[in-house]
Design a protein around this ligand. Structure first.
Ligand SMILES: [Cu+2]
Length: 259
């Protein structure tokens, strides 16, 4: 009986731990809102085909104090890295109430610009250093974008990959889920200058010179997909895959293709 009780105790303890983890994950405040891409006329692809054109402007931050969907105080986890909505020149959209669930029309061209304000390090898997699933499997990179003068501080260049040890975050859409068309998109976002990121953070702001990546995705049939960051950015957790990395509304969200 003593053995049985001990075994039972272990099982009960196990359930307790699992329930605890579930509660912990669910406690991260979710972003239930949807952000629709902005109509932008017609896009002509390199193969000559025309598509309805849409745009999305996003930022990635070293913490959640930018306001937006986390709130003015940075929400439940102000020190977690996060995605957020951006304005025309990479400025934080501090009043936005959504930021990580995107609705885009089917069979359309969606041009996404991401300003990356965080420092970075090495990917677990260098697969994610290559640009995949965009028009031409390329992106346009500005290594230093000047958010004060709204201009490129370094020349824009067309690239197919970035060094795997200089990654801030990634924007990665996974294809399975409930969709008819399979989709895989991966865009690595280069790190900003480490010292400038730290200096700005100490003053409670963000670097003046984020990196800027622009790329276009041609959407297929309607369906719901997930996107994630694939750079291990959950600082202070096992293999850095917890916290922001495993939380919706920070480094993960929905990609909804819908008319
Ligand atoms: Cu990340």
């Amino acid at each position: 009986m003593k053995k049985f009780m001990a075994a039972l105790g272990t099982v009960v303890l196990g359930f307790g731990v699992i329930a605890g983890i579930g509660t912990y994950v669910a406690a991260a405040k979710n972003d239930p809102g949807l952000t629709s891409a902005t109509p932008a006329g017609t896009y002509t692809a390199p193969d000559g085909k025309s598509y309805p054109h849409y745009t999305l402007h996003l930022n990635t931050y070293p913490n959640s104090t930018f306001g937006g969907h986390h709130g003015a105080d940075g929400g439940a986890h102000p020190d977690w890295v996060s995605y957020g909505l951006a304005g025309e020149f990479g400025e934080p959209l501090t009043q936005a109430s959504t930021g990580t669930n995107f609705v885009v029309p089917p069979h359309s061209a969606v041009t996404i610009t991401i300003w990356q304000y965080d420092s970075g390090e090495t990917l677990n898997n260098d697969f994610f250093a290559k640009i995949r699933g965009t028009v031409g499997n390329t992106a346009t990179l500005v290594e230093r974008y000047d958010t004060k003068s709204h201009s490129n501080a370094t020349e824009a260049k067309t690239i197919t990959q970035i060094p795997h040890d200089q990654v801030g975050h990634t924007f990665t859409i996974h294809g399975i889920a409930d969709a008819k068309d399979q989709v895989f998109v991966n865009v690595p976002l280069p790190m900003a200058n480490d010292d400038e990121v730290s200096a700005a953070e100490e003053e409670g702001g963000f670097t003046q010179f984020p990196s800027m990546m622009t790329f276009t995705i041609i959407t297929g049939d309607e369906g719901e997909y997930v996107w994630n960051c694939e750079f291990p950015c959950g600082d202070g957790t096992v293999a850095r895959f917890g916290n922001a990395m495993s939380a919706m509304s920070y480094m993960s969200g929905h990609w909804i293709v819908r008319a």
